[in-house]
Design a protein around this ligand. Structure first.
Ligand code: ATR
Length: 277
């Protein structure tokens, strides 16, 4: 392959039409004046491995992987980072020059960078965190909060057994709380994260009791459509710092873009505006 090839990247999922990633990477490529293209690819499960082995031969330097392949990719990849193994899924793939497929998970990084940017005073050590949900996103959040030094994570999920499995993987600093008791846990929280899909357009509202929210709690909703969820509006009314989920989507894309296209993009208001358009 000639070294002069235009670098290609993209996102693999099914369906993929809703993905904001092509808009985001396309915006950065244009803003930075870089050569390169980022393409959405709807690929069937049975074709996933063949596609991943073929894409590098076509000039692809890497891809993002999204629903429903974030776990499956770990069975295909040749090299997996520790954090992807811990979280149990990967979203950022690098096709190495030696032909190996390298898989990483940048969701936790995106989550943390977004919190730091939107709530600069946030102190993970200030007290316990409450995490709602126990799916893939919640796993990345719990791993990252523990790593950042949160003393305890109170984890609650509609399906309790899923929360228990997650807690077992992360040790004693994660305590499972009954879904209907979430309101009590929230009274103690210095950080609250909604990692369920509740509150998203087309999904039911999040109905946990929020009366106990304290103003010194930083509240982050991973849902970004709508941008201002009921949870965030309630948090603002209670005097809390409210952090929306759009920034996580943007920040998780930074490490991949930098590896594939060679320049680290900035995340600013213009970037947010570009993907809200
Ligand atoms: P992701 O990878 O984005 O985390 P997921 O694995 O499908 O997606 O997880 C979705 C989360 O939203 C789960 O915590 C799920 O709870 P269950 O484990 O009980 O399914 C939560 N969720 C989705 N719909 C819900 C609902 N109607 N009520 C409560 N929780 C819900």
């Amino acid at each position: 392959m000639s070294d002069n090839r235009i670098p290609l990247a993209g996102v693999i999922g099914s369906p993929i039409a809703h993905s904001k990633s092509p808009q985001l990477h396309g915006y950065w490529l244009r803003m930075l004046g870089l050569r390169g293209h980022y393409i959405p690819m709807d690929i069937a499960r049975e074709d996933l491995e063949t596609a991943l082995r073929t894409l590098p031969k076509l000039g692809f330097v890497g891809v993002n992987v999204t629903i429903p392949y974030k776990e499956r990719i770990l069975e295909i990849a040749d090299l997996i980072t520790d954090r992807a193994t811990l979280i149990g899924s990967a979203n950022t793939i690098i096709f190495r020059k030696d032909g190996k497929i390298h898989a990483d998970n940048t969701d936790g990084y995106g989550f943390l960078e977004n919190l730091r940017q939107q709530a600069p005073h946030w102190n993970p050590k200030a007290g316990p965190a409450v995490v709602l949900g126990a799916g893939g996103a919640a796993r990345a959040v719990v791993a990252t909060l523990l790593d950042a030094g949160v003393p305890e994570v109170m984890l609650t999920n509609r399906t309790r057994v899923r929360a228990e499995t997650l807690a077992e993987d992360f040790g004693k600093r994660v305590r499972v709380v009954e879904w209907i008791q979430a309101g009590n846990a929230i009274e103690e929280a210095k950080t609250l994260v909604n990692a369920t899909s509740l509150g998203m357009v087309g999904k039911p509202e999040l109905r946990v009791l929020l009366d106990g929210l304290r103003p010194d709690c930083v509240v982050n909703d991973l849902v970004y459509a709508p941008l201002q969820t009921k949870l965030l509006l309630t948090a603002q009314a209670a005097g809390c710092t409210a952090v929306d989920g759009l920034g996580m989507l943007i920040h998780q894309a930074v490490p991949g873009f930098e590896r594939w296209f060679g320049t680290r993009p900035v995340v600013d208001e213009a970037t947010r505006a570009a993907i809200l358009r």
